[in-house]
Design a protein around this ligand. Sequence first.
Ligand code: F6R
Length: 252
Amino acid sequence: MRILLSPDAAGAGEIAAAVVAASVADLASPVLGVATGSSPQPLYRALTARVAAGLDLSRAAAFALDEYVGLPVDHPESYHSVIAREVTGPLGLDPARVHVPEGAAADPAEAAARYEAAIAGAGGVDLQILGIGANGHIGFNEPGSAPDSRTRVVELAPRTVADNSRFFDGDAGLVPTHALTQGIGTILDAREIVLIAWGESKAEAVARAVEGPQTADLPASFLQRHDRVTLVLDAAAASRLSPASLPAEAAR
Ligand code: F6R
């Protein structure tokens, strides 16, 4: 895995935005995989500045990683709402080309199959943007997720419910218990992956993802199987990596 470092989260966002811009530069209609949550916000901010400066993403398609099950689409914390607010609008994407799993569908399992078909129909994901959970999840692939898992309904881990309660007035009881998420196998099908992580709370998961064994106990460790993964980290998120994992200039 390629590792790029910045002292802080804003700088990590700038670096990750440069990775995205380079990745889509030669593509007429790039297909992006997009994450929600706090991690990619500095990236989306930096990318928004690049769009204001002339980067044209109006022909890009986007597929969100996940969506809560049972939350109305128009709830402000549904990922439909978050993606519209933080990604589609600011990046100038065409809403008709932005897809989010249908967590509110009457039959979420059927919606999962439809989502896989839609990704395939778009030609697959060119660049997948990821965050990482403190427990090592990617998407909502919690510990125990298989490396070949596909889009499906999952139960959120207690740690994830607690972590995400900050988006629900601090009330864990308001956080949905289940989600529809792209699987690990779905994510690994992307042609390129950029994961952004910042803050001390991600340091252990990052270190285990990079240096630990590939294990369902730490789903992000399966990213080691992909040959085009870039991790963009701030100093705190990189703080538990061994010097051997760091870029040469940082390890000195
Ligand atoms: C979001 C997602 C999750 C988050 C992870 C980290 O679409 O799939 O894997 O990336 O939970 O969340 P934050 O960034 O809020 O710390």
